[in-house]
Design a protein around this ligand. Structure first.
Ligand SMILES: [Zn+2]
Length: 503
């Protein structure tokens, strides 16, 4: 073949196969209108802070200047006398660490700390909307300024909450809103929060429908989950064609695709289809690992390890004893996932903390546990765990040049932690009395040693006479342990079922 013919063939190949599914999602709107002129000072100066800037540089002492929504100077000296006294807040940050606000890469604002899977969808709409708003504030109260929505229990709860945060009407993190999970017939772990689609045509229609309500992300629920009594984490319920179409359609609209993908084959399918964020990936095999490594500049992984981990230790009061959790495979999954995440870390694949907070035994307000899991379970250095929770947060939010670092020009989303060295023990981030200051978009959300207000949906639910999630009678047939019953009934049911299933 001569050179000319070769060129023609190449051009034809390129033009006839536009790589639509790998098209980069358009930058999502992350602007906030939360600043009150006349109330929020134009300038904030942190004096003598230990600056942990999330560039990878070791913390160093210096001043930081915020001008309006953004950092103007980071390091060196800032002289307060140069700024108008009535429009400048000066914070003595000596002995404290100033760092970027944190990111949760797998957020469910609509999860309501329910004790069963189906409890997530049993609240009346009015209470559910308010819970969503309260959990958005809860994230910010705990120093999280970036959250990537990983599915909404009802169609528009996430979208409405995001819009009110952006308008500055309610406090919350910068948020990428999701819709309900999408799954196939027989493939939903929680049918009540799921939209169903079988085959490419239905998948296309469901994704297009979600585009009309203004989501930023869509979520495919592709595999089972050992927390469910019968749908295991190694089972995949999607065809490649269904994933391909979902991704193609979302990307056509410039939106991101996240997938609940625990099984080995599901990870491979995600990589082949162009999924943007792979959740869990616990059983990622050699093929999946190879594909992830090839696509590491495009793809994110978020294991959301806290939920399965605590399901093995802390769910007994809700009907899932450690013995049952072990029999179901949860202990094995945590071990497999930890190994997989360690391998990904070594390969430079972008793995992010966060995930699945909002169940009774993994409640809202405990989000920073994930960062410690990265150190203890996945072998991350404290610095790399912090970078994963901050700098990579800016990347998954689609704005790596503006979010996730304390650098001039970046949005002034930061926390002031009452320790000279966060890296000495990242668990300090779990103690909100140590999170002395929280700023988002240059706006002071908190500046004191007071603990974050507690978030306990059950209290409100009882006070308002709303039925407890596990007393629901709407007929869904699979809570964490199979049905809506009191927890002791649930435990008995599950035990009986397990005994029946044991050889
Ligand atoms: Zn989730």
């Amino acid at each position: 073949m001569n050179r000319k013919a070769e060129t023609t063939k190449q051009q034809l190949t390129i033009s006839s196969m536009p790589d639509l599914k790998f098209r980069k999602p358009v930058p999502v709107n992350i602007e906030l209108k939360n600043r009150n002129p006349g109330i929020d000072p134009q300038f904030v100066i942190f004096k003598e802070a230990n600056i942990l800037d999330s560039t990878g540089k070791e913390p160093y002492v210096g001043d930081v200047l915020i001008d309006g929504e953004r950092f103007a100077q980071v390091g060196g000296e800032v002289d307060p006398a140069q700024y108008p006294e009535d429009n400048t807040l000066v914070v003595n940050a000596k002995g404290k660490t100033l760092m970027s606000g944190l990111c949760d890469s797998h957020t469910h604002l609509t999860w309501n700390d329910a004790p069963t899977l189906n409890g997530l969808c049993d609240l009346p709409n009015e209470e559910h909307m308010i819970h969503t708003v309260v959990s958005a504030k809860c994230y910010l109260d705990h120093g999280f300024t970036m959250c990537f929505g990983a599915a909404s229990a009802k169609k528009r709860l996430d979208v409405a909450c995001r819009d009110f945060i952006q308008a500055g009407k309610i406090p919350g993190p910068r948020y990428l809103a999701n819709g309900p999970e999408i799954s196939t017939t027989g493939g939903a772990i929680i049918p009540g929060i799921t939209l169903f689609a079988d085959g490419p045509d239905e998948m296309r229609k469901v994704v297009r429908d979600l585009m009309t309500i203004g989501v930023d992300n869509i979520k495919l629920s592709m595999t089972g989950d050992y927390v469910h009594p019968t749908m295991g984490s190694t089972e995949t319920y999607f065809t490649q064609e269904e994933v391909d179409v979902a991704v193609e359609e979302a990307h056509r609209h410039g939106k991101r695709v996240a997938a609940h993908a625990r099984a080995a084959d599901s990870v491979v399918m995600c990589c082949k289809a162009g999924v943007d964020v792979i959740y869990h990936a616990s059983y990622c095999d050699d093929e999946g690992m190879k594909l992830l490594e090839q696509q590491k500049d495009r793809i994110f992984v978020a294991p959301a390890i806290n939920f399965p981990l605590l399901s093995t230790t802390s769910a007994a009061g809700y009907g899932l004893t450690p013995e049952m959790a072990k029999k179901r495979g949860l202990v094995h999954e945590v071990e497999a996932a930890s190994k997989a995440m360690n391998a990904m870390y070594k390969k430079g694949i972008r793995v992010l903390p966060g995930g699945d907070y909002g169940f009774a035994w993994a409640p809202h307000g405990t989000y920073a546990r994930d960062i410690d899991h990265f150190v203890r379970l996945f072998g991350y250095t404290p610095m790399d765990a912090i970078l994963a929770a901050t700098a990579l947060g800016g990347e998954i939010m689609g704005h790596p040049e503006e979010l996730g670092k304390v650098q001039p020009g970046y949005y002034a989303d930061c926390i002031l932690v009452d320790t000279p060295d966060v890296l000495a023990d990242v668990r300090v981030l779990q103690d909100t009395t140590k999170i002395h200051g929280i700023f988002i978009n240059g706006h002071k959300h908190k500046l004191s040693e007071t603990p974050a207000p507690s978030y306990n949906p059950a209290e409100v639910t009882q006070k308002n006479g709303v039925k407890e999630p596990n007393e629901s009678s709407n007929g869904h047939a699979n809570g964490v342990n199979g049905a809506h019953k009191g927890t002791s009934d649930v435990a008995n049911d599950s035990q009986a079922r397990l005994e029946k299933e044991m050889p």
